[in-house]
Design a protein around this ligand. Structure first.
Ligand SMILES: *[C@@H]1O[C@H](CO)[C@@H](O)[C@H](O)[C@H]1NC(C)=O
Ligand SMILES: *[C@@H]1O[C@H](CO)[C@@H](O)[C@H](O)[C@H]1NC(C)=O
Ligand SMILES: [Zn+2]
Length: 312
């Protein structure tokens, strides 16, 4: 059971090593690339925006439209984002960005370190956790908190208007459209809450924690979920409690985070299947070819199917 601890220390060591390497390369880059990105004479310059996670990047693109170029750093739904390692191109992108958006609350601690290592006077930053009053130690999966995207939309639009006043009307219109596009999610949450509040469910990782709260579902095994998120070993008692919930069918649904899976979570998945408990697969990172809104709605639809149970 100490294997996981060793694995974690190795990961942290790798992250620290890569960060110290970037501190050096970011400094070198700042010397050579301090001028804004080249633009052709007839095209207006686009604002370069960087998002740590691709669901925030998608929102930046929706709010900025043709006036911005957006780069997202975490884009792979098949890698554990809690253990992300930045690549050399990351430092370059951060050095040239006008705005950087990252989650905060210790989800992406490598990013503020890289920002500190490559100072850029033209660059602003938005920490999503600060917008919604969350901090390290709180559940970091803030893109499932219903308040987050309206708050981010307002903050990003304020930045865009500050940086590019000529297109103020367009930015305001885009924000209005963005806020309207979140309504189907709010409506779905309200409908599911009305029908299923109090239903017992569990999860391998606290990814949907804020959504579960909004739906007023009864979620068990919080400590087990935290241990998986932290990449540490759950206690024997927490494992036993999880197993009992599944074997005795004390929960109606298992939320399974395939992106932070390991031997332990796969064991729970097997138990859920054996007990014929509905499983909802979710991921931390948005698949490439779907908008943030469509992605969240598809997860709510899958959850609804699971909560409704097998056809009678
Ligand atoms: C997970 O890590 C956080 C932050 O380091 C800590 O506060 C929490 O107690 C840990 N939880 C578990 C179950 O490992
Ligand atoms: C859910 O994820 C598990 C493990 O990754 C996989 O075996 C299963 O086929 C997935 N189920 C659905 C419905 O996608
Ligand atoms: Zn997570």
């Amino acid at each position: 059971m100490s294997i996981s601890i060793q694995r974690m220390s190795a990961c942290i060591a790798r992250v620290l090593l890569s960060i110290s390497l970037f501190a050096v390369s970011a400094f070198a880059l700042a010397q050579s690339t301090s001028q804004p990105a080249a633009v052709s004479a007839d095209a207006p310059p686009r604002l370069l925006l960087v998002a740590a996670e691709n669901f925030y990047g998608d929102v930046l693109a929706q709010l900025g439209g043709e006036h911005v170029t957006v780069t997202s750093l975490i884009t792979q739904p098949n890698q554990d984002p809690h253990l992300f390692e930045a690549s050399p191109s990351t430092a370059r992108q951060l050095a040239n960005a006008r705005l950087v958006v990252y989650n905060g609350a210790d989800y992406d601690p490598w990013l503020p370190k890289l920002l500190a290592a490559s100072k850029a006077p033209q660059r602003e930053q938005i920490v999503v956790a600060s917008l919604v009053g969350k901090k390290a130690g709180d559940n970091p999966h803030l893109w499932y908190l219903p308040e987050t995207m309206p708050a981010l939309g307002a903050a990003v639009t304020a930045f865009l208007i500050r940086a590019d006043k000529t297109h103020q009307d367009d930015y305001n219109a885009r924000l209005t459209a963005f806020l309207a596009s979140l309504k189907p999610i709010e409506t779905k949450i309200a409908a599911l809450r009305e029908k299923y509040r109090g239903t017992p469910v569990t999860a391998t990782e606290p990814i949907l924690g804020y959504l579960m709260e909004a739906l007023e579902l009864k979620v068990s095994n919080a400590r087990f979920q935290q241990a998986i998120m932290n990449d540490t070993e759950p206690s024997a008692a927490d494992i036993a409690a999880f197993e009992t919930d599944l074997r005795q069918r004390r929960v109606n649904v298992l939320i399974y985070n395939a992106q932070t899976s390991d031997e332990m979570t796969r064991h729970m998945l097997k138990l859920a299947r054996a007990a014929q408990i509905a499983v909802v697969n979710v991921s931390e990172t948005k698949p490439a070819d779907i908008s943030y809104q469509a992605w969240i709605l598809s997860q709510l639809n899958a959850l609804e199917q699971a909560l409704a149970g097998p056809p009678k």
